[in-house]
Ligand binder design. Structure first.
Ligand code: E4P
Length: 219
């Protein structure tokens, strides 16, 4: 599996990469907005530098094909062609996915709420597809079943696409997505902190630590 950080905060990314097995970084305009002010491409370049060999996923904000391709060109020029372009699975987006792939670029198909968007992204050649798990759940869309079925389709027909489950608001959703067959998850640093800071665990560790001191003192 792969594990990514859903953040544009340099301090959080540095911390996450130092402590966890991080394979990539995902951003979108709303995530970037949380860290303003900065120069857009300077910030993305700083994130890319932190990523090194990890994958970096940057969202295209245009809603039409020409605008998406103009943004893709700019990102390729500024950041290099190894960046994964996050392209929403709309009609214009599917056209852009095909075009980016035909030009040798990488695609993370994003804003996936429905099975058919996933199917279309897989067949259009997307490298990753990002179902928005919490947003789906908020709208009574069963993301677990959809991930299971998309994974079956990928495996059955031998597609290369990987499911990059995104938009999590609790740890339960993350584990559910992984067990359903997501190849990859992207998590906000705050949620990662919640996942790794349980009172049950820290109480157990503290008790062992205390007993160890007693044992070493031999009394
Ligand atoms: C990441 O690729 C997605 O854009 C992100 O996880 C969406 O998260 P949100 O639903 O919290 O905005």
């Amino acid at each position: 599996m792969e594990f990514m950080l859903d953040s544009a905060n340099l301090k959080d990314l540095e911390h996450g990469m130092k402590y966890y097995p991080v394979d990539g970084v995902t951003t979108n305009p709303s995530i970037l907005k949380a860290d303003l002010p900065f120069d857009y491409f300077e910030q993305l370049k700083a994130i890319k530098a932190l990523c090194g060999a990890r994958t970096m996923h940057v969202q295209l904000a245009a809603e039409d094909f020409d605008g998406m391709m103009a943004e893709a060109e700019e990102i390729w020029q500024q950041l290099g062609k190894d960046v994964y372009l996050k392209i929403p699975v709309t009609e214009e987006g599917v056209r852009a996915i095909k075009e980016v792939k035909s030009r040798g670029g990488y695609v993370t198909a994003t804003a996936i709420y429905y099975p058919f968007q996933g199917i279309m992204a897989i067949h259009a050649g997307a490298d990753y597809l990002a179902p928005y798990c919490n947003r789906m759940e908020n709208n009574d869309i069963d993301f677990v079943t959809i991930i299971e079925q998309l994974r079956d389709l990928i495996d059955r027909d031998g597609y290369k696409a990987k499911i990059l489950a995104a938009s999590f608001k609790n740890v339960r959703q993350v584990t559910a997505a992984i067990y359903a067959g997501a190849h990859c998850v992207t998590i906000q640093p705050a949620l990662l902190k919640t996942a790794m800071h349980s009172a049950l665990v820290s109480d157990a560790v503290a008790a062992f630590s205390k007993d160890y001191k007693t044992v070493r003192q031999g009394k």
